[in-house]
Ligand binder design. Structure first.
Ligand code: FDA
Length: 307
């Protein structure tokens, strides 16, 4: 299970500043975050698209502390969507958005984040593509799903994320298995208390399979977000069992994790989407990636010490 101490550091600017100064950091960040600028990210997106993959672009940032910051995030997404359109990438590239980057935790945050997300969804539609709302820690699950429901009344193509580790998620899958739903199912990356989340790996995997069964049997478009070979095999099996075609569900993985497998699955006819984050606010994202895999962390720490 994710390393609790590391996840606690995800919100520490002091830790970020200390680690950022180490020369090795750039290499580790680059493994998961291919660029700091929109242009770099779009170049990578175009390259992946040419290789038969789809992408979802995420402008990194979370837990915005001032309204002006949230407005800057919206402006970046609007520019990104315009560039996706202009570069002819709209049929291959969509965007992923975190509501706390849009001001969800500010006073009046729900209305603010909903209005900002609405602006981004309208721009995505104009650009010929879609938005998926990322899911953050359990304190914002209800509000995120409420905003998703509101957005879907006007933009039914908007997607959401459900985290299999949350004890509530099976019921959320029942709610979100209907026609037109696009649900990205992941295991979950935050440090959650036992009361709300399974913490044992086997329990999380079993919950993931239960959720997968529901979504695959439903009428929506399941977005199977995992690098776990067993979960991918089960998803493929369930898709066949329910007579699904490659175009009506997706396999999704993060940039930098199992890249050969991403290409192998796409070459085999699967719709594979790569989550492609960019920007300078990579700290929270990186700490979650390191926490997912202790081997990553020890490699990183050894590299830091050897410099
Ligand atoms: P698991 O952790 O069991 O890993 C399976 C295998 O994948 C590992 O054995 C290893 O080989 C490889 N692997 C996994 N993580 C790795 C890493 N960091 N570095 C190197 N190898 C690694 N979470 C969330 O809470 N909210 C969200 O909105 C999203 N969004 C999202 C989108 C997409 C497209 C993906 C793929 C994932 C997310 N996540 C997420 C993250 C997710 O919850 C989960 O933390 C990671 O995907 C790791 O879990 P796996 O399902 O890959 O299984």
């Amino acid at each position: 299970m994710p390393n609790r101490l590391l996840l606690a550091l995800a919100r520490s600017q002091v830790a970020k500043a200390a680690v950022s100064r180490a020369p090795v950091t750039r290499d580790v960040v680059r493994r998961y975050v291919p660029g700091e600028t929109r242009e770099e990210a779009l170049d990578v997106a175009a390259r992946l698209a040419a290789e038969g993959l789809h992408v979802t672009l995420d402008f990194l940032g979370e837990d915005t502390t001032a309204p002006g910051q949230a407005e800057a995030v919206v402006a970046e997404y609007l520019a990104l969507l315009s560039d996706i359109h202009d570069r002819g990438l709209a049929d291959r590239a969509e965007v992923s958005v975190k509501l706390t980057a849009l001001g969800l935790r500010l006073p009046g945050g729900e209305a603010l984040a909903r209005a900002h997300a609405h602006t981004i969804c309208a721009a995505a539609r104009a650009a010929g593509t879609t938005v998926t709302l990322d899911m953050e820690d359990h304190t914002v699950t209800d509000v995120t799903l409420a905003i998703l429901r509101t957005l879907r009344t006007e933009f039914p193509e908007t997607g959401g994320v459900l985290q299999a580790y949350l004890r509530r998620t099976l019921q959320d899958c029942v709610t979100h298995a209907g026609p037109g739903e696009r649900i990205r199912l992941c295991k979950g990356a935050y440090d959650e208390p036992d009361a709300v989340a399974h913490r044992d790996r086997q329990e999380v995997d079993a919950a993931y399979v239960r959720c997968l069964r529901l979504l695959m049997a439903g009428q929506g478009r399941p977005l199977v977000a995992t690098h776990d070979p067993r979960m991918v095999a089960i998803a493929q099996h369930l898709a066949r069992e329910h007579g699904r075609e490659p175009g009506d569900h997706e396999l999704q993985m993060l940039y930098g994790i199992r890249p050969h497998e991403q290409r192998r699955l796409a070459a085999g006819g699967e719709t594979v989407r790569v989550y492609l984050p960019y920007g300078q606010e990579w700290w929270g994202y990186l700490t979650r990636r390191l926490a997912e895999r202790p081997a990553n962390l020890s490699f990183f720490v050894r590299s830091l010490l050897s410099k």
